[in-house]
Design a protein around this ligand. Structure first.
Ligand SMILES: Nc1ncnc2c1ncn2[C@@H]1O[C@H](COP(=O)(O)OP(=O)(O)OP(=O)(O)O)[C@@H](O)[C@H]1O
Length: 675
C-alpha cells in the first residue's frame, strides 16, 4: 500500500502515520460539513436579519455563494499536502477548513504560508523540515511521500505522486493542478496583482492551468477589490471555454467571467462574412487610426453664432466663443460622447452667465435643463459635434472608406473593405465578426468601457492587433496574464513576437517568461511534433517532456477511413479519452466511417460525454487534450489553410499518452523526411 520515498522508518510507523492522516481527513471533512451547515442556516435566516430587500438580496447572494464554495466534493482531496515546520505542522488543501474554535485544520493553498509547499527546496528550505504529499484514489487517502528537506532529500519532478497525477487518464473537462503546481509555475501564479506577464510555453507546459490558478489566487488575495472590477478569462472558442469551465469552480471560484473575444465585442448577431483578405485589413492596427479619423473627423468648426430664447429673453453666443469651446473640448482628450456633453455644458454655462448678468441672480435648475435641451443648442451640437453610433460610423466607413482611410490604407486595401452593395439603412447592415471588432473600437472612442481588475488571455498568439486593443480597453487600469505559444499561431494575423502583442494590449513593459517543462505530450510524440518547429518561422524554446511513457504510431494506409477505424478500435483497448482530429472538410466522412463501424461518438460540445470517442475538426482543437489522439491525413490538415503546418503542430500535440497518425497521402515535408 503505502510506500514513502527517501524515508527510513519501519512499515508499522508508516501505517500509524497513514491512519493518523486519515483521521485528520475525516475530522476535516466533518468540520467542513459543519461550516456548510452554519452557512446554510445563515442563508435561511438571511431574509429575516437583513434590514431591507436590497441588503437581503446582497446577503442572500453572498451566502448562497458561500454555501457553494463550501461544497465538499468527496472525489477530490480536501488536502493534498502537509508542511512540518519548527513550530507545528499544517495541512494544505483547496480551501480553509477550521474547527469549531476557529483553529485551522486545512490551510487554503493560496494562503501565504502555503507558498512554501510549492517553493521550498533543499537550497532554500523556507523553514520547512518535511514536505509531505498525499496520494488519493477516488477521494480515499492511500499513500504519502515525504521529503525531509532538513536532511537534504528532494524529489522535484521525480515525485511518484506528481508522476501519477500527470499520467492519470483524462476524462471529461480540465482538472485543477493545485496539488502539483511546479515552482516555476507557482512564481507566475503568485505574481502581484499589479504585474502583467506574457507566458510563452510550448504545448502542454501548463499555460492554461497557470492562468486559471492565477485568477483563483488573485481573487483570494484581493477579493473585495476584484469583486468590484471583476476577473475575465478570454479563450479561443466556446469548446475550449467549456473544457476549462470546471477548474475555477473546483477551486471555489464561481464568479469569474469567461468569454471569447467575439463574445466580448458582440453588440448584436454577426450576420455577414468577410473574405480573408478583407478580414486581414480590418484586423490591422492601422484601422485604429482610420476609425479615430472617422469619429473625430465629424467635429466641425462652428461657422455661425447661436441664438436661444427662454421665453422671456433672447440670448446670443458669438461664433468665436463657440469655436473656443469646441477647440478646448477637443484638446481635453475625452471620449467623443463625453466631449459632446462637455460642449453642451459649456454652452449652457455661457447662457447662464448672461442670464445672471442680466437678472442679477442664478437661474433655476429647471431653466438650465431647459436650455441644455433647447433646439438651437442641439442644432449647434449636431452640426459641430454630432451624436454618433458605432454602427453609423462603421457603416459609413465601409460604404466609402476614402475620407477616413486616405493616406493610411492603400487604394487596394480600401477596395477590399468597401461594401460591394451598401445596405439601405444602418439598421439593415450585415456586420461581420471583423466588423464587430471595428464597432467595438468606435464604441471605445465614444465612451470608455468599464474595466476588469485582471484579465487572463489564453491562446493569445491568435489575437489580431485590433482584438488586442479591444481587450486593452477593458483592462487599462488592471493587469493581464497573457498565455500563448507563437508556434501554435494559426490566424492570418498571428503574432510572431510577444512585444508587439503586449504593446497592442497596452502593457509594453510586461515580462515575457518561458515555460518549457511539458506535462501533457510524451517525449516520443513531442519529438515528432518538434520536427515541424523549424518550418514554423518563430523563435521559441522546445518543450522538454516529463513523460517517458507514451506511444507513437505512424500508419500509412491507402484506405484512410479503414485505417482510422482500426486505430480508434486499438485506442479503445486502453483507458481514457480518444480524440480523432481531421481537416474540417473531412470530419463528416470520418464520423460516418466510425459510426458505420459501430463506434459510439460523443458530441464535442458535451462536457461529460458517455462515449469516449470524439471526432473534432482541426480548427477547434486548440487547447484541448485527449489520452489517445488519432490524427487523420496530415497533408489535408496542412493544405486546408495558409498556416496549415501550425495547425498540424497543434493537432499533433493534443495527445496525453498515445498518438496515431493515419495517412494515405505523403506526410507533409518536415514529418515525411524523417518518418
Ligand atoms: N504542475 C502540474 N501538475 C500536473 N499536471 C499539470 C501540471 N501542469 C500542467 N499539467 C497538466 O498538463 C496538461 C497541459 O496543461 P495546459 O493545458 O495548461 O497546457 P498549455 O500550455 O495550456 O497547453 P497548450 O499550449 O496545448 O494549450 C493539463 O492536463 C494539465 O492539467
Amino acid at each position: 500500500m503505502t510506500r514513502t520515498q527517501g524515508v527510513s522508518v519501519p512499515a508499522s510507523d508508516l501505517d500509524t502515520d497513514l491512519a493518523g492522516e486519515r483521521e485528520h481527513l475525516a475530522a476535516s471533512r466533518a468540520a467542513l460539513a459543519r461550516m456548510r451547515q452554519r452557512a446554510e442556516a445563515l442563508f435561511a435566516t438571511g431574509h429575516d436579519v437583513a434590514g431591507d430587500s436590497y441588503t437581503a438580496e446582497q446577503l442572500g447572494r453572498t451566502l448562497s455563494l458561500r454555501v457553494k464554495e463550501l461544497a465538499d466534493d468527496p472525489s477530490t482531496a480536501l488536502f493534498f499536502g502537509r508542511l512540518d515546520l519548527a513550530d507545528g505542522d499544517f495541512h494544505i488543501g483547496r480551501r480553509h477548513v477550521t474547527d469549531d474554535a476557529g483553529e485551522p485544520m486545512v490551510l487554503d493553498w493560496r494562503a501565504p504560508l502555503s507558498r512554501s509547499f510549492y517553493r521550498a527546496s533543499v537550497r532554500e528550505p523556507q523553514g520547512v523540515l518535511v514536505r509531505r504529499r498525499f496520494g488519493f484514489v477516488r477521494g480515499e487517502l492511500t499513500s504519502f511521500e515525504d521529503e525531509h528537506l532538513d536532511r537534504g532529500e528532494e524529489l522535484g519532478t521525480a515525485s511518484r505522486i506528481l508522476t501519477e497525477e500527470i499520467e492519470r487518464p483524462r476524462v471529461g473537462p480540465m482538472r485543477d493542478i493545485v496539488a502539483t503546481i511546479q515552482p516555476e509555475q507557482d512564481e507566475l501564479v503568485r505574481a502581484d496583482l499589479e504585474t502583467s506577464v506574457a507566458v510563452q510555453g510550448a504545448p502542454g507546459t501548463g499555460k492554461t492551468a497557470v492562468g486559471l490558478h492565477r485568477a483563483a489566487y488573485l481573487l483570494y488575495l484581493h477579493r473585495e477589490r476584484l469583486k468590484r472590477s471583476g476577473v475575465l478569462v478570454v479563450g479561443p472558442n466556446t469548446a475550449f471555454l467549456g473544457y476549462i469551465s470546471a477548474v475555477l469552480p473546483a477551486l471555489g471560484e464561481v464568479e469569474v467571467q469567461q468569454a471569447t473575444v467575439d463574445d466580448l465585442v458582440a453588440r448584436g448577431p454577426v450576420r455577414g462574412a468577410d473574405p480573408v483578405e478583407a478580414a486581414v485589413v480590418k484586423h490591422d492596427a492601422r484601422m485604429a487610426e482610420v476609425l479615430r479619423r472617422a469619429v473625430w473627423g465629424r467635429v466641425r468648426k462652428p461657422e455661425s453664432s447661436m441664438q436661444v430664447s427662454d421665453g422671456s429673453y433672447r440670448w446670443r453666443i458669438d461664433t468665436e466663443p463657440l469655436r473656443r469651446i469646441v477647440d478646448e473640448a477637443r484638446r481635453e482628450g475625452l471620449p467623443y460622447a463625453v466631449g459632446r456633453e462637455r460642449v453642451r455644458a459649456r454652452v449652457v454655462a455661457l447662457l447662464q452667465r448672461q442670464s445672471e448678468y442680466k437678472r442679477g441672480d442664478s437661474p433655476s435648475d429647471a431653466w438650465l435643463r431647459r436650455m441644455a435641451k433647447a433646439a438651437p443648442v442641439t442644432e449647434f451640437l449636431d452640426a459641430a459635434w454630432p451624436a454618433l453610433t458605432p454602427e453609423a460610423v462603421v457603416a459609413e466607413l465601409l460604404t466609402d472608406p476614402a475620407p477616413a482611410a486616405d493616406g493610411v490604407l492603400t487604394d487596394g486595401e480600401q477596395d477590399l473593405i468597401r461594401w460591394v452593395k451598401p445596405p439601405k439603412t444602418v439598421k439593415s447592415a450585415r456586420f461581420s465578426a471583423a466588423d464587430a471588432v471595428l464597432l467595438d473600437e468606435v464604441a471605445g472612442l465614444l465612451e470608455r468601457p468599464a474595466g476588469f481588475g485582471h484579465v487572463v488571455v489564453d491562446e493569445a498568439q491568435d489575437l489580431s492587433p485590433m482584438q488586442c486593443r479591444a481587450i486593452a480597453r477593458r483592462v487599462e487600469h488592471g493587469s493581464i496574464t497573457l498565455l500563448g505559444d507563437l508556434a501554435q499561431g494559426t490566424a492570418p494575423w498571428a503574432a510572431t513576437d510577444w512585444r508587439t502583442t503586449l504593446a497592442h494590449l497596452g502593457k509594453p513593459d510586461a515580462a515575457v517568461v518561458p515555460l518549457t517543462v511539458g506535462f501533457r505530450v510524451p517525449a516520443a510524440v513531442l519529438a515528432l511534433a518538434n520536427r515541424l518547429l523549424p518550418a514554423l518561422g518563430v523563435d521559441v524554446p522546445e518543450a522538454v517532456s516529463l513523460r517517458r511513457d507514451g506511444d507513437l504510431r505512424v500508419r500509412p494506409d491507402a484506405d484512410v477511413a479503414a485505417g482510422t477505424v482500426a486505430e480508434v478500435r486499438a485506442a479503445l483497448g486502453h483507458e481514457g479519452s480518444v480524440g480523432v482530429i481531421a481537416a474540417d472538410a473531412d470530419v463528416a466522412a470520418v464520423r460516418a466511417a466510425l459510426t458505420a463501424a459501430g463506434v459510439d461518438l460523443a458530441d464535442p460540445a458535451d462536457l461529460e460525454p458517455a462515449a469516449r470517442v470524439t471526432v473534432i475538426p482541426a480548427s477547434l482543437v486548440k487547447g484541448l487534450e485527449y489520452d489517445h489522439v488519432v490524427v487523420v491525413e496530415p497533408a489535408a490538415i496542412v493544405a486546408a489553410e495558409p498556416r496549415g503546418l501550425h495547425r498540424l503542430y497543434v493537432a499533433l500535440t493534443r495527445a496525453v499518452s498515445r498518438l496515431a497518425v493515419v495517412h494515405a497521402r505523403p506526410l507533409p515535408d518536415p514529418l515525411g523526411a524523417a518518418a
